[in-house]
Design a protein. Structure first.
Length: 190
């Protein structure tokens, strides 16, 4: 059995305490940065959805907002729009998935109607490997309905993975540096 002398025991305790602090701070840095990256992925969709719903609530024709060309969801990073009536039936869309209209889960429509903000922001995965940051807004007016604005989060996920690597590398370097510093300080005669 390995026996530690008093100095070695103090070094180990000091370093383990520091290691816990370093690990917690690294986790906090990663979590904060990851959430900031992901939440900011909604910013363009929020602005577009609010602008369109304001006009639709005043009676503008929904077809006015639907571009003539469709975005292929599995291949494009472009922002897309889907407009639904008050029952969640699609009125128009600028997106397709494998050549067909993607199906939005019906439960999100009822959830948005019941929310105080009339809005929901979520990650939508209509098929494996295809993920979008989506904003769904409910609007009232002459013909109430829903506006869904989305865009791929492929690039966001790449940034999150890079951030994970950076924080992990920083954690490992800091752990090693802290151990070496405590070890070196223990060798200095005061």
């Amino acid at each position: 059995m390995l026996k530690l002398n008093k100095i070695q025991n103090n070094i180990l305790r000091s370093w383990l305490t520091l290691a816990v602090v370093i690990t917690c701070l690294s986790g906090l840095i990663y979590l904060t940065t990851q959430q900031n990256i992901r939440i900011s992925a909604n910013d363009p969709q929020i602005q577009i959805a609010e602008d369109i719903t304001a006009q639709l609530a005043q009676g503008q024709n929904p077809q006015y907002f639907i571009p003539s060309t469709k975005v292929e969801l599995s291949k494009s990073l472009a922002t897309y729009i889907m407009i639904f009536d008050k029952n969640g039936k699609m009125i128009g869309s600028s997106v397709s998935l494998n050549g067909k209209d993607p199906v939005v889960p019906q439960g999100v429509f009822a959830s948005v109607k019941k929310s105080q903000t009339n809005e929901s922001r979520f990650t939508w995965q209509p098929q494996s490997g295809v993920r979008s940051a989506v904003v769904l807004d409910y609007y009232k007016g002459p013909m109430p309905g829903f506006v869904l604005i989305g865009r791929s989060i492929k690039e966001i996920e790449i940034r999150e993975a890079q951030q994970e690597y950076i924080v992990l590398a920083g954690w490992a370097v800091t752990m090693l540096a802290s151990f070496l510093t405590i070890f070196a300080l223990s060798k200095i005669k005061l």
